[in-house]
Design a protein around this ligand. Structure first.
Ligand code: UDP
Length: 253
């Protein structure tokens, strides 16, 4: 079936969906870091992230968090609602790491006094700058009501996912969410969009502190494929050996 390609990003492609108001989200094995400076392939990542994100979005749907996720179609694709994208990355931090550690000169792994939510404006040219509510409302990226809705959802998602990952032996250090506006005939709702996967979360093994996320790629720590597989395994969503789609560990950079 030929489908119209609407958008190609770093890790995913969006195609026109089978019905109006739907899109097909295709998960690639490509990985980028440091605002596109580092490129690589993580074999089988797309298949695993498709499963992991399906699982997490479904559990969030179960507790009443609205998401764009409809259903998984195959190894690398899922059907989602078409939403109007809000051009923000909403980052939640439970523990200091990454750019936050640099900014505040805190040791990675230092717990924060409370969970901290940050907003970044999605712009490759500008390198996703940190922004405040002032910038968001002044530039019209979202309204105060939108921000309020996103914050409420984000805090619920953080509580729920922190517990879910802890139950599977992983510490949810920080993660990034994206939201969109879903329009129905009557109203508009803010829903969770994009994906939740080891590409967008920092996950540390509870006992060893080992990194089980994209930092293995960003920092050349090796065993990247194994880490993504282990996250899927611990969540109980490891794909059965498919048609040569998840091959053995192999990194091409
Ligand atoms: N993150 C993401 N996409 C981005 C930037 C960050 O998914 O474009 C995630 C990242 O995986 C981490 C969290 O958001 O879980 C916080 O990232 P940070 O600001 O520390 O940036 P980084 O250290 O990745 O540059």
């Amino acid at each position: 079936m030929r489908r119209r390609r609407l958008y190609e990003g770093k890790a995913k492609i969006l195609f026109e969906g089978p019905e109006p108001g739907t899109l097909v989200q295709y998960f690639k094995d490509d990985a980028t870091a440091y605002n596109n400076e580092k490129h690589g392939t993580i074999t089988g990542k797309g298949v695993l992230n498709n499963r992991i994100s399906e699982f997490l979005m479904s559990r969030l749907n179960d507790i009443g968090v609205p998401t764009h996720f409809l259903r998984r179609l195959n190894m690398r694709e899922q059907l989602v609602h078409e939403v109007e994208v809000i051009p923000l990355e909403v980052v939640v931090r439970n523990v200091a790491a990454g750019s936050f550690s640099k900014r505040f000169r805190m040791e990675e792994g230092e717990p924060l006094p409370r969970s901290i939510v940050e907003y970044y404006y999605k712009s490759d040219e500008l390198g996703d700058p940190l922004v405040t509510e002032e910038h968001i409302t002044a530039f019209g990226w979202a309204t105060t009501q939108d921000i309020d809705d996103m914050l409420q959802l984000t805090l619920r998602i953080n509580d729920f996912l922190s517990g879910l990952f802890l139950g599977a032996g992983m510490r949810l250090v920080d993660f990034k969410l994206e939201f969109g506006r879903l329009y129905t005939e009557e109203d508009m709702r803010i829903v969770l969009a994009d994906e939740i996967s080891p590409d967008s979360c920092r996950l540390w093994d509870v006992t060893t502190g080992e990194r089980m996320d994209k930092d293995r790629f960003r920092r050349d720590l090796g065993s990247i494929e194994e880490a993504y597989q282990e996250v899927a395994r611990r969540l109980g969503v490891m794909p059965e050996a498919g048609p040569a789609d998840v091959q053995g560990p192999k990194t091409v950079q």
